[in-house]
Ligand binder design. Structure first.
Ligand code: TGC
Ligand code: FAD
Length: 387
């Protein structure tokens, strides 16, 4: 029996029936609603906000959080499959869901009070309250310990001053999860974006993640009450704990972009006739396609095992670093190689590989650059901190 070219090891058979059903329904949504419009959105530099209600109705926002808060209560592997399918459409759509779920809903759930959870999570699951996550600052995202944004206690309130850079959803958000230095270390605040002194300025001229909103945030004496502070965590481990959740999803997402690029190159190579034969019949092109299939299979196995560890409660941040590094790297390389197989046709957004390759330049940079994750693994295996 012929093997499935996009699943040579029948990894799908390792999924539960529920996980397969979730993957199929998100895949249908991506095929019917995302892929037909996303090339134009990318060209126009437009985030398709109109998709939010359907994304929410499918239970994709905060999908791993409990049903008590209006969420779907799915397992980690299901969240991963959601990310993979969404990013098969576009990294920008997956980014939107990652930020809302892992970087905004998760900290409210993990570090917030029950009152904060009940106030925000149901509306966020419905897509009625959109969040953004402000950790990175202009002076250097890799080293968030060097944070300049600060929050000072003033009576029962906190007054926040500073700036954040490269913030996904910044200009579409209703609330910002803002990390700031305080006298007791780094703390997180839920800042409504209509609070006086808060401004968001969209980043233009991007060549990457053009179907996603990226912004700079400015805080000029932004006053919030103590009820807006996330009381259950202090220190860098607060934001880093959110990053572990988001990075986990990001290990899966790029697999989707890689599958899209690989299948596009595979189909194209079977019909592109040069020197009187399809280019798929040449050894050079077959080597490239075989190597893409190999790398996608390995990435899938890595993320699936990571998901099983996460569901078992034993996943370690360094394991997430290795999978994020590997899967972003293989996806970026595969998208570039797929672009090459398409020749000149590969340079326009008529075909997805160049869009994926450009997007993946961000994905390999955000949530910890490739170098940062390599150094996390270096620290793990040597026991020596190179940062
Ligand atoms: P370090 O001394 O290693 O750790 C400080 C404290 O944090 C704990 N910790 C973690 N906890 C949970 N998850 C992790 N991944 C953790 N890593 C560390 C650690 O145990 C310690 O706790 P404690 O109790 O001892 O205080 O910190 P360091 O200053 O040496 O930093 C290490 C380094 C470089 C790895 C870290 O700073 C880092 O990861 N830098 C990269 C920053 C980054 O990834 N920024 C991402 C911003 S958000 C974003 O990009 C969103 S894009 C979203 C989208 O559109 O999809
Ligand atoms: P820098 O930290 O200045 O790094 C510059 C270079 O130095 C990199 O090549 C890096 O690998 C290298 N480097 C760093 N440390 C070392 C070292 N010790 N040894 C050797 N080389 C090193 N942030 C948020 O908080 N929220 C968001 O929603 C968000 N969304 C984003 C969306 C997009 C599209 C992008 C591009 C970024 C987003 N970010 C967000 C920011 C992102 O996390 C940072 O860009 C990233 O962490 C890197 O920080 P930096 O850009 O300041 O680069």
């Amino acid at each position: 029996m012929a093997l499935n070219p996009t699943d040579l090891f029948d990894i799908r058979s390792m999924l539960s029936e529920e996980e397969r059903m979730i993957q199929d329904s998100v895949a249908r949504f991506v095929d019917e609603k995302v892929i037909p419009i996303i090339g134009d959105c990318f060209d126009q530099g437009r985030f398709p906000k109109e998709l939010i209600p359907e994304i929410a109705a499918m239970g994709l926002l905060g999908s791993s959080l409990p049903e008590k808060y209006g969420c779907a209560g799915l397992n980690a592997v299901s969240y991963g499959l959601i990310c993979q399918e969404l990013e098969r459409g576009d990294s920008g759509i997956r980014s939107f869901v990652s930020v809302q779920s892992s970087l905004c809903m998760y900290p409210i759930y993990a570090y917030g009070t029950e009152e904060q959870r009940l106030k925000y999570l149901p509306g966020m699951a419905k897509g009625e309250i959109i969040g953004c996550f402000g950790l990175t600052e202009p002076q250097g995202g890799s080293d968030p310990a060097n944070m300049k944004t600060n929050a000072k206690k003033d009576g029962d309130d906190w007054v926040i001053n500073g700036a954040k850079m490269w913030i996904t959803n910044g200009n579409v958000a209703n609330i910002a999860i803002v990390w700031a230095q305080t006298d007791e270390g780094i703390q997180g605040f839920i800042v409504p974006t209509d609070t006086p002194g808060f401004t968001a300025q969209e980043v233009h001229k991007k060549m990457s993640l053009r179907a996603s909103v990226t912004s700079a945030l400015f805080f000029d004496n932004v006053r919030v009450s103590d009820a807006q502070r996330l009381p259950n965590v202090k220190g860098l481990k607060g934001p880093l704990g959110c990053l572990t959740q988001a990075r986990y999803g990001i290990t899966w997402g790029p697999i989707g972009a890689a599958i899209s690029s690989y299948t596009t190159a595979l189909e194209y190579s079977k019909t592109r006739i040069l020197f009187n034969k399809p280019i798929a019949s040449t050894q050079a092109v077959q080597l490239k396609l075989a190597d893409m299939a190999r790398r996608i299979t390995l990435a899938q196995l890595l993320s699936l095992q990571l998901g099983r560890l996460k569901d078992a409660g034993t996943m370690q941040p360094a394991q997430v670093s290795m999978a994020k590094w590997n899967n972003c790297r293989i996806a970026l390389d595969i998208s570039r190689e797929a672009r090459d197989i398409l020749g000149g046709a590969g340079i326009t957004t008529e075909y997805p590989p160049i869009r994926h390759a450009l997007n993946l330049e961000s994905v390999i940079t955000y949530e910890g650059t490739e170098t940062v994750h390599q150094l996390v693994i270096g620290r793990e295996v040597t026991g020596i901190n190179a940062f």
